[in-house]
Design a protein around this ligand. Structure first.
Ligand SMILES: [Zn+2]
Ligand SMILES: [Zn+2]
Length: 261
């Protein structure tokens, strides 16, 4: 607000409206809008709302027209001596100058208060940023250590899956062995059932094919009618090894032949 600004502001706390039309001017150099002036100065004794001065004099409060008419301007100081005219003008200018100075003080105070608030907020913001930075660093450290743990788990997982594959291979191998052994045992079992001797029929370790009809089991029927012509012998060759021998004159080539020792 400079001296050339043509408007003063109402001095009523928190009003600060630009004055226009009529203004209430006090001897303590304060000025109020028409609303606050008429409100505050209607009661008695009048107290300035800005500085709490008692305004009891006849000319302590004046309601002034801010844009006086040409007729008023022509007559108000007419007839007065020049020094009085200048004195009145000087006092009016001093009033204006005081108002401008007060406004400037107020603006500077507002500015410094805002500046202080800004600095406090900046301080808080800096502290928050620092704590966020610390948290972020802690989280980064945590992520790095978790990554290490994950790498370790990945390594262990690949080791374990490699071992599992190896076990699977071993299992498949064993399964194959087991299947072939089971098949062989089935054939051996079938052969033993086929060659259950008749009572008193003890001599079966000579390896000579027997033409005597063996006792039939239901299983041998299931295996086919040509089983009748086949004789299977199971011999203990040397006490440590079982020796399987087929003697099958009518063995057809399409059937599996198991005698792999
Ligand atoms: Zn006001
Ligand atoms: Zn005052």
């Amino acid at each position: 607000m400079s001296l050339c600004d043509d408007t003063l502001l109402c001095n009523f706390p928190k009003c600060r409206n630009k004055l226009s039309g009529f203004a209430w001017v006090t001897a303590c150099s304060h000025v109020f809008c028409d609303q606050h002036g008429s409100g505050e100065f209607s009661r008695s004794p009048a107290i300035c709302p800005a500085c709490s001065s008692a305004l009891s004099g006849k000319l302590d409060i004046v309601r002034t027209e801010l844009s006086p008419s040409e007729e008023y301007k022509a007559m108000v100081l007419a007839g007065l001596r020049p020094d009085i005219v200048l004195d009145i003008s000087a006092r009016a200018l001093a009033f204006w100058s005081y108002q401008v100075h007060q406004e400037r003080m107020y603006q500077e105070y507002s500015l410094s208060r805002a500046d202080t608030q800004l600095k406090q907020m900046e301080k808080v913001l800096t502290q928050q940023n620092q704590s966020r930075e610390l948290e972020l660093n802690a989280m980064r450290g945590e992520i790095a250590s978790l990554k290490k743990v994950m790498e370790e788990y990945k390594r262990k997982y690949s080791e374990v899956s490699e071992r599992l594959m190896e076990r699977n291979r071993q299992y498949q191998k064993l399964q194959g062995l087991y299947d072939s052994l089971r098949l062989r045992n089935m054939v051996v079992g079938a052969g033993e059932v086929d060659t259950v001797p008749q009572p008193g029929y003890q001599d079966f370790n000579t390896g000579v094919a027997r033409q005597a009809t063996p006792q039939r089991s239901p299983r041998s029927f299931a295996l086919g009618p040509d089983r009748d012509s086949r004789i299977f012998s199971c011999l203990e060759a040397d006490g440590t090894k079982t020796f399987f021998q087929f003697s099958s004159p009518a063995w057809d080539k399409g059937r599996p032949f198991i005698s792999n020792h």
